[in-house]
Ligand binder design. Structure first.
Ligand code: PMV
Length: 360
């Protein structure tokens, strides 16, 4: 039985609770620059993770009188959080023209992450993906049921409106968001799972997230994206992202690890180079970030093991490697990289299957 029919058994249109767990994702080709209503300036390609998750429970109860706008209480990790509550209320209010039923309920959201709050891992992708999945599940309870593929597409669309990269977390494996030049089938409005085949080597892949610093981001996401609006290299960067996405699609199906490493590392360093050459400019790498990158490249050369790295808009390093080299790579992390991490902390993550509905 599809999950959304099962949900109808215990939840009804009067009251109920819908719970989704959604993973974070790591971009291999980076989304950097947006316009309009959260539309990307260039395509991006990501790998969905497995261990770094947000779990969100949406409880709904029919109001006696239909409300004027959204009625929401929001708790994060067991405690009411008004900052998040205001942000989510604003987000849900914007959805009202298309989701008017949301105002018919009092909503209570309880959310939490499996990764530590101060780990420097961006939680907005997993959080908005989980929330969007709850909203579309509620829509399925109060209105007509949709086909499963449409359900995920709509959740991806809604997640995008909360945080761009969140639209890619709705699916497992490799996901593309944004139209790609000369490659049909992808959209700026929602993410789509990679359509072509994935070579064996990329099906078992790990991401060790090396936490150099758990501090808050120096540049917020929206401020970061807006730096691309008047960036001198913007047009060539957007073109490059199209080329990298198209080539990475091929590389993921042929299993060409060498090109994978070249593209993925170039994307990470390009993201940081764009931030450095913005006005104002930002330097988000730390000395430990650079030392880790050097050591990863040395290890790859001396041991002939295809490890590579990528970066988010912060100092932490994502060490990417095929499952086949797990033992040697974990030893390398413990022996040579953990000392450069804050309190030797790193997250042992890997490619994941995507969100999961928890309750029926
Ligand atoms: O989704 P946002 O607005 O937080 O932007 C994410 C931007 C990067 O993480 C740097 C790149 C990406 O594609 O995820």
């Amino acid at each position: 039985m599809p999950f959304y029919l099962k949900a109808m058994k215990s939840n009804n249109a009067e009251r109920g609770t819908i719970t989704w767990q959604s993973p974070s994702n790591i971009a291999l080709v980076k989304y950097w620059g947006k316009h309009g209503n959260q539309l990307p300036r260039n395509p991006s390609l990501s790998m969905t993770l497995q261990a770094s998750l947000t779990e969100t429970a949406l409880s709904y109860q029919k109001r006696k009188e239909p409300g004027n706008g959204i009625g929401l209480t929001f708790a994060f990790e067991g405690k009411r959080n008004e900052t998040f509550e205001n942000r989510i209320t604003e987000y849900l209010n914007k959805l009202l023209p298309d989701y008017p039923f949301l105002a018919d309920y009092h909503l209570q959201i309880d959310s939490g992450n499996t990764f530590p709050h101060s780990s420097g891992i961006a939680s907005s992708a997993s959080a908005f993906s989980a929330l969007a999945l709850c909203v579309v599940s509620l829509k399925n309870i109060v209105t007509d049921l949709q086909k499963e593929s449409e359900f995920y597409r709509e959740a991806s669309f809604l997640a995008r409106l909360g945080s761009g990269s969140a639209c890619r977390s709705v699916y497992g494996g490799y996901t593309i968001w944004g139209e790609v030049d000369k490659v049909p089938g992808y959209s700026d409005e929602f993410a789509v799972p990679l359509r072509s085949e994935i070579h064996e080597v990329f099906q078992s892949f790990y991401d060790a997230v090396l936490i150099v610093s758990g501090e808050e981001k120096k540049v917020g996401s929206s401020a970061g994206h807006s730096l691309m609006e008047r960036h001198p290299f913007a047009q060539s960067r957007f073109r490059q992202a199209h080329e990298h996405t198209a080539e990475l699609i091929k590389v993921l199906s042929t299993g060409d690890l060498e090109r994978y490493i070249t593209i993925v590392e170039n994307e990470a360093l390009t993201l940081h180079a764009l931030m450095m050459s913005s006005s104002p400019g930002f330097m988000l790498m730390r000395k430990e970030t650079m030392e880790i990158i050097e050591r990863i490249r040395d290890f790859r050369k001396t041991e002939n093991i295809p490890v590579s790295f990528t970066l988010d808009a912060g100092p932490n390093v994502h060490l990417l490697y095929p499952g086949k080299y797990r033992k040697e790579t974990v030893k390398f992390i413990e022996d040579s990289l953990a000392d450069l991490c804050a309190e030797r902390f790193w997250i042992d993550d890997a490619i994941g299957k995507g969100p999961e509905k928890i309750n029926d």
